[in-house]
Design a binder for this molecule. Structure first.
Ligand SMILES: Nc1ncnc2c1ncn2[C@@H]1O[C@H](COP(=O)(O)OP(=O)(O)O)[C@@H](O)[C@H]1O
Ligand SMILES: [Mg+2]
Length: 319
């Protein structure tokens, strides 16, 4: 099997600008990117970074202010309805029809995209089977749990066999177990159907573990774009030491920690302190000595995409 992302270019965004009426700022401020068949591409960034706006334009749900988007070679502005046949989308809010059953949602979607009654019936059954929803086929969608509803949305997004799949914060409301299950489904789709998958997330963990390439966005712009491994290698941080203290650190302690050799930065949130380090050897004992009896707990974690975001912006990426 070809390596992820070695396939044909399925989505191309060039110089995309989106400014909403009445706004002084561009929500998307010159974004360019390309996504290939068989690739999971992540837009990672804090709230308001412009992730949803970017994929809304690409998925023909919003019009660009400037720039050009082509999807499977089709210009999404000039040929919106043609582009819509080639894309599937799962939005942040559940857009299944609540008055219909799970099976009917799929069936009518297929019919809308021009499948015959027979084809639509067959395709719906296959999807229900594949997404492990067959036993819930006759249930109304408002009776489904969050995880099942997301699976039903995903099944519907794929029903007309798109080339590009857009997922806007697909796991934001899911419990950890449903989140893992959905990651697995998305990975399988990438491999089985050679889809180009574009997802937005504000979870660094999700971006790291699910995506082949990640673009980190802030204020409407892409700051960096690469594989998660390359992004993590690019920062000076070697590890993050997290301290849990009995009380928030005093300004003096904060300064002492910052001054230690090998400390790149210190972030404090109430009684939790994150120490970003470039040289780990011998540092943990020094941290313990400085904090003294105020220490409740300590953990060390390897570099994450959050470290990348912090080193680029000086800010935290909030979950
Ligand atoms: N429909 C809209 N009308 C006006 N402003 C909007 C609209 N949608 C988003 N915005 C603004 O555009 C910016 C980017 O938002 P969005 O694309 O939703 O970011 P993200 O998905 O990364 O959280 C934010 O400042 C947001 O307030
Ligand atoms: Mg969003």
């Amino acid at each position: 099997m070809p390596a992820p992302g070695s396939g044909e270019l399925q989505l191309s965004i060039e110089g995309l600008v989106k400014r909403y009426p009445g706004s002084e700022q561009n929500a998307v401020d010159g974004v360019s990117l390309g996504v290939h068949a068989g690739e999971i591409f992540g837009l990672l960034g804090p709230n308001g970074a412009g992730k949803t706006s970017t994929i809304s334009v690409a998925a023909t749900r919003a019009r660009p202010t400037a720039g050009r988007v082509t999807l499977a070679g089709v210009d999404v502005v000039a040929h919106g309805s043609l582009a819509r046949r080639r894309l599937g989308v799962v939005t942040q809010v559940n857009t299944l029809d609540r008055s219909l059953s799970v099976g009917e949602n799929l069936y009518f979607h297929c019919r809308f995209f021009g499948l015959s009654r027979r084809e639509a019936k067959q395709r719906s059954s296959d999807l229900l089977e594949h997404f492990d929803l067959a036993h819930r086929r006759h249930d109304r969608v408002d009776r489904l749990s969050g995880g099942l509803a997301q699976r039903a949305q995903l099944a519907r997004a794929l029903a007309h066999r798109p080339s590009v799949l857009f997922l806007d914060e697909p796991t934001a409301w899911l419990d950890p177990q449903s989140r893992l299950a959905l990651w697995e489904l998305i990975r399988n789709l990438r491999e089985r159907e050679r889809l180009a998958v574009v997802l937005t997330t504000h979870s660094m963990d999700e971006a790291d573990r699910l995506c082949d390439r990640v673009a980190i966005m802030d204020h409407g712009r892409i700051l960096v774009c690469d594989t998660p491994e390359a992004l993590k290698r690019s920062v000076a941080t070697a590890a993050t030491v997290e301290l849990r203290l009995k009380a928030p650190p005093s300004p003096r302690l904060f300064q002492q920690l910052e001054a230690l050799h090998g400390v790149e930065g210190v972030l404090a949130e109430e009684n939790r302190v994150k120490v970003l380090t470039s040289a780990r050897d011998g540092l943990v004992p020094q941290l313990i000595a400085k904090v003294g009896s105020g220490l409740l707990d300590l953990s060390v974690s390897e570099t994450t995409l959050e470290n990348v975001f912090i080193s680029l912006t000086g800010r935290k990426l909030r979950d």
